[in-house]
Design a binder for this molecule. Structure first.
Ligand code: ADP
Ligand code: MG
Length: 388
């Protein structure tokens, strides 16, 4: 789960990680009032969306006076912000963060996250802050320092010192940084974060170390033990089809630019089916794993969600009937098709338990469903649909 910068900064504050003074605003009037309350200029007006790269996209503005706060707040609120992370369609800005502008001496990068490869917590830091870290990693990987921490041992002062000296910090900022790193480690592990990222972490001209940006992602599978975090969920920022799918516990991810919907049981088979669609010269419109033990109702909801997507020009259903029997699947598909109607070709390949009964249900449904003998037959039929 993703949260907004202002929410991440709330958590930083709770853990004693220094942040600029500021507050979220939901209207231009509120932005004006918060700007005045800060009492100093410049004031920074920042778009709050679940994506980074806002600065380059025009979503972060430095206001030198009250009139500019007004001007930028009304310009950014309601705008469609396009950044490298939003995709070309962008995101509509509905919230702002109004905060004090700080005198920046140097922009650094700092993140902490679990590393699957080593099963450790890794800190990544770089003096090349404020930029796209992916670019730094690709072009100048030597500018990124990594410090691995065994979670059973925990974070020690030598870990933090290694980072501080690697960032070429000297004097009091070393102390500020090491204290902050320990707090971030605690935050990351307390809340089962999949990422805590500060880009930029700034050293100010008056020698303070402050988190200027804040990004936190949470492991969805651990959210059940962090009820307080669930309150941060912002459905405005999520894909409406994904929100709908999450209501039925379906593993659905929308794939922008795709045209062939697919419904599969098991994540591995779903990935293989997406490859199959791509090989057939089409592009998958979604990932959907209905799960091994899916009910007819879940199949029905999954199929309904796929068919509701206007980008979908054809559907491939690829099911191995194990725990989910083929007759159950067939019933779910037929029920969904009757309810929502099918306006695009649907190819079904299924194999496994009760497959004969499943085929009979599909054939006798009176619906225009294309059954495939096997996977390669399904691929050819999908290719034909993709070619129109
Ligand atoms: P994004 O990563 O989405 O572009 P950031 O929060 O990193 O958004 O802001 C982009 C840039 O704007 C920062 O690198 C920094 O130079 C400037 N900036 C952001 N907040 C402040 C602030 N409070 N004071 C001064 N400059 C800021
Ligand atoms: Mg940033």
């Amino acid at each position: 789960m993703k949260i907004h910068e202002f929410q991440a900064k709330e958590l930083f504050h709770k853990y004693g990680v220094p942040i600029p003074r500021g507050k979220a605003a939901f209207s231009v009037e509120e932005a004006r009032r918060i700007g005045a309350e800060l009492g100093t200029f410049p004031v920074v007006v920042k778009a709050q969306i679940h994506a980074g790269g806002r600065g380059k996209g025009g979503g972060v503005k430095l206001a030198g006076n009250a009139a500019e706060v007004d001007q930028y707040a009304s310009g950014i609120l309601g705008m469609t912000l396009v950044t490298r992370q939003t995709g070309p369609e962008g995101k509509i800005v509905k919230k702002l963060l109004i905060e004090e502008g700080l005198p920046i001496e140097k922009e650094l990068y700092l993140s902490v996250l679990p590393d699957r490869g080593t099963a450790k917590i890794v800190f990544m830091a770089s003096e090349a802050g404020g930029m796209d870290i992916e670019e730094v990693a690709a072009n100048t990987p030597e500018r990124i320092i990594k410090v691995y921490i065994d979670p059973l041992v925990g974070m020690k002062s030598f870990h933090a010192n290694e980072l501080a000296y690697g960032l070429n910090l000297t004097g009091d900022p070393v102390k500020q940084f090491t204290a902050m790193a320990a707090k971030l480690y605690k935050l990351c592990t307390d809340y089962d974060c999949s990422l805590v990222e500060i880009n930029p972490l700034v050293l100010t001209k008056d020698g303070r170390v402050i988190a200027l940006d804040a990004k936190i992602n949470f492991d969805d599978n651990a959210l059940y033990r962090h009820k307080d975090i669930l309150e941060y969920r912002d459905l405005d920022e999520e894909d409406p089809f994904e929100v709908e799918a999450s209501r039925y516990e379906l593993n659905y991810i929308k794939m922008p630019g795709g045209n062939i919907g697919n419904m599969v049981n098991g994540a591995g088979l779903a990935m293989a089916t997406m490859d199959l669609i791509a090989q057939a010269g089409a592009a998958p419109a979604n990932f959907l794993d209905v799960g091994g033990g899916a009910s007819a109702e879940q199949v029905e909801n999954g199929f309904r969600i796929i068919l509701a997507d206007p980008a979908v020009k054809g559907v491939l259903i690829n099911i191995f009937g194990g725990i989910l029997r083929c007759d159950r699947l067939a019933n779910g598909v037929v029920e969904a098709a009757k309810k929502v109607g099918i306006k695009v070709p649907v190819v079904i390949r299924m194999e496994g338990t009760n497959v004969e009964e499943g085929r009979r249900i599909l054939n006798e449904s009176g619906l225009n469903l294309i059954t495939a003998k096997d996977v390669s037959d399904a691929a050819q039929k999908i290719a034909a649909i993709a070619k129109g």
